[in-house]
Structures are given as C-alpha cells and as structure tokens.
Design a protein around this ligand. Structure first.
Ligand SMILES: C[S@@+](CC[C@H](N)C(=O)[O-])C[C@H]1O[C@@H](n2cnc3c(N)ncnc32)[C@H](O)[C@@H]1O
Length: 287
C-alpha cells in the first residue's frame, strides 16, 4: 500500500462518538466487542478501509456503512477489526491431553459416523492441522479412527482463503517438530515467502480430510449438520460480551456428540453450563 493511500485516513479526525458508531456496526454483525475507547487501534484498523475506498474522513466511512444494505462493507470492517493470531500446537496441553488420553476416551464405546474435529474460529488453520496431525499419526500406527474429518470455520473470508491454501512460511511452522514436519509438510521448490524463505504446504492426505467454511459463531447460519467429537473454541470468546459468549458456547456445544470434547483458550475458562461438564480447566465434555 502506498504512503499516499494511507495519508487521508491518517489525517481525518476520529472522535470517540464516531469510533463507537463505526464499531457498533461490526458488533451487530459479528457479536465481537471492540473497545471503541481504543481510538488508536480503531483509527489504524478502520483507516485501512478508508484508504481502500479512497475516503478522507471517518464520517464519510460511516455514511458508506449506513448505505451498505448488502452488508458487503460491514464484512470488510469486521475483517479489519478482528485479530487472527494463532500457531501450530498453540496451548500444547490440549494436544498433549488428546494424545495421552483424550482420543482413547473418545473412541471408547463410540459407534458409527465419521470422527469429526471442528476448529470453530480456525484463523489460518494451524489449530485444525495440528489436531489432524495427531489423528493421522494414530492412523499411521493403526489405532486411530479410520473415518475422520477436519472442519474449520471462521468469520473472515480472507483468512479462510489462507487456511484453504494450507501454505505456511517458515516462521509460522516453528511449533511443528522436525519429525512431524517431515511427515506432514511439503517444501515448495519454487515458492518463497517475502523474506526469501521456503513456503511449506500441508501434505495432501491431511488436506483431503479438511474443509473450511465462513461461519459466524453467533448464529452458525449455513453450517451443514454434523456431530463433532472435538471442538476447538479457543481465543475467540474474549471478543464477545457475556450474552454473545453464552450464545456461542451453546451453539458450539450443541454441535458436539454426547461425550464430545470442547476446548476453550487458557484465558477463557467457562462457568457452569447445562450441556457441559469440566474434565480439566478449559477442557469440557458434552453430557
Ligand atoms: C485469535 S484467532 C484464534 C485462532 C485459533 N482458534 C487459536 O486459538 O489459535 C480468533 C479468530 O476468531 C475469528 N472470529 C472472530 N469473531 C468471530 C465470529 N463471530 N464467528 C467466527 N469467527 C470469529 C477471527 O476471524 C479470528 O480468526
């Protein structure tokens, strides 16, 4: 992006009222709560939309939002305001638990249907691929579920394009051990990232198990029925207010099969919930 295109946004004034009005539009659609008091953050993120639309004032941008009956611009706004930080095997205790006891428990007394892992706020997919690697390793050793699927959802279309491409730069794969990298990553002979380092792609057998879809966790509209054995709902609840959080937890728990496991982020422990019992802090079982 040229410095010229950034200038108008940087120069226009963002008052607290304007910030609140703009952020409220994103909140209505996604349920996420952005602290409109963080003016610098809002100015920076929404400023990108002003630059993209060649607008020179936040007031003008608010007018664009008020004419946006198709919701196209609000989607861009939500993209601009959301954060997609993630990594492979992030919060590794969840994966350790799955490897050491979780998957065995899930497989006990299970009858039919594919074993489904759902990453509900998938970002670029690192969480989903990490779980996929654990299942594939069990398959390789002959004692995992044979019929299994990986489902990744997120509200951001842009981030899901990256998830679907399943390509990662060298500094994004640091959480993957060398033996897993050898089994699950293909190093591109031609492609390089912006630092000139190689690009890696998830192996085809894992990619063949996965699908990604844009879904708003507030309503799950458009998400075909499935019963998940494992749902990751991590590092997204922090963006919702209490009502939104309760709604999202119930929506996700409602898609777990009885006995299925829900993981939340380590900073997002849940209070009592009628559909869930605590296995360990941030690990819950559907009753
Ligand atoms: C910080 S990332 C977390 C990624 C991953 N779960 C992890 O813990 O590493 C949060 C993700 O939640 C997504 N998100 C925010 N609001 C959402 C909503 N209402 N519905 C679905 N996804 C949402 C964002 O687009 C972002 O990719």
């Amino acid at each position: 992006m040229s410095s010229q295109s950034i200038m108008p946004a940087a120069q226009s004034e963002l008052t607290p009222d304007l910030a609140r009005a703009i952020v409220a539009r994103a909140e209505q659609i996604s349920g996420i709560r952005i602290d409109a008091g963080k003016l610098e953050f809002v100015r920076l993120r929404v400023g990108r939309r002003l630059a993209a639309l060649s607008l020179d004032s936040f007031e003008g941008y608010l007018q664009v939002l008020s004419r946006d009956s198709a919701g196209e611009e609000v989607r861009h706004l939500v993209e601009a305001l959301t954060t997609h930080t993630t990594s492979f095997f992030r919060e590794h205790r969840h994966y350790d638990w799955l490897e050491q006891e979780g998957i065995d428990r899930l497989l006990e007394g299970r009858d039919r249907g594919p074993f489904v892992v759902w990453s509900a706020a998938a970002s670029i997919g690192a969480e989903l691929w990490s779980a996929g690697m654990i299942l594939a390793e069990r398959n390789d050793k002959g004692h995992g579920p044979t019929d299994w699927q990986l489902i990744g959802t997120d509200i951001s279309e842009r981030i899901l394009q990256r998830a679907t491409a399943a390509t990662f730069a060298e500094d994004e794969i640091t959480g993957i051990t060398p033996s897993r990298a050898a089994r699950f990553l293909l190093r591109s002979r031609k492609l390089r990232d912006r630092n000139g380092c190689p690009i890696y792609r998830i192996a085809p057998d894992l990619r063949a198990r996965a699908r990604f879809q844009r879904v708003n966790l507030q309503d799950l509209k458009g998400l075909a029925p499935f019963s998940a054995d494992i749902a990751f709902l991590r590092n997204v609840l922090i963006y919702f207010d209490e009502d939104g959080r309760n709604r999202v937890v119930s929506n996700v728990a409602g898609r777990l099969r009885p006995g299925g496991i829900l993981f939340t982020g380590h900073a997002e422990p849940l209070g009592p919930h009628p559909m869930l019992e605590t296995v360990r802090p941030t690990i819950y079982r559907k009753v």
